[in-house]
Design a protein around this ligand. Sequence first.
Ligand SMILES: C[S@@+](CC[C@H](N)C(=O)[O-])C[C@H]1O[C@@H](n2cnc3c(N)ncnc32)[C@H](O)[C@@H]1O
Length: 195
Amino acid sequence: MYKADYWNEQYGDKRPGWDAGSVSIPIQTYFEQIEDKNMRILVPGAGNAYEVEYLHAAGFRQVFLMEIAEQPIRNFLSRVPSFPREHVLQEDFFQAHGQYDRIVELAFISSFRADERQAYAQKMHELLEPQGKLIGLVFNHRFNLNHPPYGGNEQEYDALFRPFFHFDALPIAHNSIKPRAGREIFLKLKKRLLV
Ligand SMILES: C[S@@+](CC[C@H](N)C(=O)[O-])C[C@H]1O[C@@H](n2cnc3c(N)ncnc32)[C@H](O)[C@@H]1O
């Protein structure tokens, strides 16, 4: 697993390749339908955190940004100085505690190799309230790289998430930004109660 130093280096002068530069429309559209502004929302591996910026501006009061690297957090706070500092969690997702109503995933899973993803799915499950949902946008494309982002495909995500979450299908997002059209899957996964 890559450490904070590696990730910090990716946020140099240029935006990293995975960074869309603005809020993802499918995520925005999903949250526009939600009236409860007090729901607890976690965005792990938030990077430059445009989704956190959007949720904060939209009036959601319990939004938490989690990031292992300092540089994207700095970038975010200089853009959004009004964001509450106590909602910025500079920590490793795998060490995280707490319970959230929604977790927002954006290319975060692409940080991890296939053999690291079981622990990731299990942790997502653990951090959600019983009625909680994992909402996200993940690459529907495997990058042939020996470093992140690794990407993935529908079959892999289905096999990974099925034991932990209820969902019907993993649809291709229909409102991705142009360069990613047809190459992103929209996740809307409901926590499965395990006995
Ligand atoms: C592929 S980037 C995606 C960033 C952002 N979600 C986006 O779509 O632009 C993965 C992000 O996860 C962060 N990250 C990687 N491992 C982490 C961990 N164990 N805990 C918290 N953040 C982590 C990295 O620093 C990086 O910003």
